[in-house]
Design a protein around this ligand. Structure first.
Ligand SMILES: Cc1cc2nc3c(=O)[nH]c(=O)nc-3n(C[C@H](O)[C@H](O)[C@H](O)COP(=O)(O)OP(=O)(O)OC[C@H]3O[C@@H](n4cnc5c(N)ncnc54)[C@H](O)[C@@H]3O)c2cc1C
Length: 293
């Protein structure tokens, strides 16, 4: 995925904002899952530190260290939740450009009327493109050999994803931006499709030098398709509404009794300290701050 993204960037004619964000999101999440599996496979030895293993006369594989280090990738340089929002915003950008004023409560009547005219023109051409494509044609993408069926799946699913996002916009309109769980699943589908594409393109490019790559790409795509199918189902069949109601009640303290007996951290300090320039701020940073007065 990263290689493909870099190649697209090297072309210098492409905007790779979405691809780069998808790589950051997908790689961070997948690496975490892989690290977690690795700990599980090594059992108790996966949980032990390298020093502890060595002290017992075993190879000091720093697997628990790897897992701890992989965890931060889901938080910094754009946390997973923020990456979802950022990518979703890009994904609906065209719709907002075309029809944004229709759902904007502050747009004037004239702006709304113009947006309706724009939207009719745009969607009359765009919606039919969702119905048909190479992904529906048996034998399409034959140049990918045994991976062609996966490429067709990606093509069909891309249309389905576009249709799902459109359906979400039609249903929730301006409220779509608050449907974070829906948007997150849509982004995850896009990330899986991008990862599948990257695998197939790479395997095809290296078929001669690395024939085993096709088998690996095939295995990855089979797994990704199961994840994509599950994500599509959960777009419309999920517990989001009840989760939201429940979360609100949790915040209201309705279930505070469940917290009885839980060990609490000391409460004489705030959860988030007020910001101040102090010894923890390096002189280098302070020099760059504007002087007061
Ligand atoms: C080891 C390490 C190194 C770091 N290095 C740097 C550095 O070099 N430079 C630098 O500037 N910063 C650095 N940071 C800080 C890092 O950028 C922040 O930790 C990160 O941006 C997350 O912000 P936060 O910790 O304030 O979490 P918060 O913003 O408080 O987020 C807490 C949780 O809520 C989620 N969340 C927040 N907003 C939303 C939302 N709107 N919708 C849904 N979920 C949301 C987040 O995804 C996260 O899971 C570093 C942090 C660590 C741990």
């Amino acid at each position: 995925m990263l290689d493909l993204c870099c190649m697209i960037a090297d072309d210098e004619t492409n905007d790779i904002r979405i691809e780069a964000a998808l790589v950051k999101l997908y790689a961070s999440e997948m690496a975490w899952k892989v690290g977690d599996e690795l700990v599980q496979i090594r059992g108790g030895r996966g949980y032990e530190t390298a020093d502890s293993l060595e002290a017992r006369g075993e190879r000091p594989a720093e697997v628990e260290q790897i897992l701890r280090d992989l965890r931060i990738n889901r938080i910094f340089e754009g946390s997973t939740e923020i990456m979802h929002l950022l990518i979703a915003r890009e994904a609906v950008d065209t719709h907002l450009e075309v029809a944004g004023d229709i759902i904007d409560p502050e747009a004037s009547r004239r702006a709304k009327a113009e947006a309706v005219a724009r939207a009719v023109g745009f969607y009359a051409g765009w919606l039919p493109t969702l119905a048909v494509g190479a992904g529906f044609v048996p034998g399409a993408y034959a140049e990918f050999g045994p991976l062609a069926e996966h490429v067709r799946f990606v093509e069909r699913s891309s249309r389905r994803l576009a249709a799902s996002i459109f359906a979400g916009m039609a249903r929730w309109q301006g409220g779509m931006e608050r449907r974070q769980a829906f948007l997150g699943r849509a982004v995850d589908i896009g990330a899986e499709l991008f990862a599948m594409t990257a695998c197939c393109v790479r395997a095809k490019a290296e078929t001669a030098s690395d024939p085993a790559g096709v088998e690996l790409a095939d295995g990855f795509c089979e797994q990704a398709r199961v994840r994509v199918d599950a994500l599509f189902s959960s777009l419309w069949r999920n517990s989001d509404a009840s989760d939201r109601r429940l979360a609100r009640k949790v915040l209201e303290g309705r279930y505070a009794k469940l917290e009885d007996g839980i060990r609490h951290v000391r409460d004489d300090l705030p959860w988030v300290a007020p910001w101040r320039l102090g010894p923890a701020t390096t002189p280098d940073v302070r020099r760059r701050l504007p002087r007061r007065g």
